[in-house]
Ligand binder design. Structure first.
Ligand code: E4P
Length: 217
């Protein structure tokens, strides 16, 4: 499963990339607002840090506006994936852009039927939001299982990008269900490293090592 960081914070992105943990990045207008940076500048900087897809979201809601904004963002770098909303206008823009060789991430997916539409429109990625689904009393992971089944039934090549990830269990379940990609906040990716027995083990080994009175090198 590929790991994307769901952030526009370039310090976090650099740290995770240095650890070999990043296959791409997703941003959205809220994350750009949180970073307090110029949208085009920060996307360009991120594209220079990671080689994989960097999702940059358009804000127009009509086809012509989306295509105009897509033209601006896709010029930033070859690894930009234009992020479009799950609407008919978004799907039209998805078809036009992917036919033209541009990566597209269709976002705000909350049903398997929506994912089916995105695949038919040629989306590179579909982003089902599991956390926001959980928030309203549905199991977001059921959605991932349904989309996996449907895409496999028809050999769709659209990648399932599990989004709105809130905790390590989401990532574990996404991997067990065969999702292609997950995008999570850097803090959640860092949480995956932690285990109390790892910490306890390190402590024990260091304490015994100190008793040997030796140094390495
Ligand atoms: C995905 O690409 C979105 O940026 C993101 O995962 C949304 O997550 P949220 O529900 O935590 O805002």
């Amino acid at each position: 499963m590929k790991f994307f960081a769901d952030t526009a914070d370039t310090n976090d992105i650099r740290e995770l990339a240095d650890a070999g943990l990043l296959d791409g990045v997703t941003t959205n207008p809220s994350l750009i607002h949180k970073a307090g940076r110029n949208f085009l500048e920060v996307v360009e900087e991120i594209c220079g840090i990671v080689d994989g897809p960097v999702s940059a979201e358009v804000v127009a809601l009509d086809y012509d506006g989306m295509m105009r904004e897509a033209e601006v963002v896709r010029k930033i770098a070859d690894n930009v994936a234009v992020k479009l909303p799950m609407t008919i206008e978004g799907l039209k823009a998805c078809k036009a852009l992917t036919d033209d060789g541009t990566m597209v991430n269709v976002t705000l997916c909350f049903s398997a039927n929506q994912a089916l539409l995105a695949a038919k429109a040629g989306a590179t990625f579909i982003s089902p939001f599991v956390g926001r689904h959980d928030d309203i009393g549905f199991d977001g992971m059921d959605l991932i299982g349904d989309i996996r089944l449907i895409y496999d039934n028809y050999a769709f090549e659209t990648e399932i990008l599990v989004a709105s990830v809130r905790h390590p269990i989401h990532i574990l379940e996404a991997a067990k269900l065969g999702a292609d990609v997950m995008t999570a906040p850097p803090a959640v990716i860092r949480q995956l490293v932690k285990h109390p027995l790892t910490d306890k083990g390190i402590e024990g080994f260091l304490s015994d090592w100190a008793k040997t009175g030796q140094t390495i090198g």
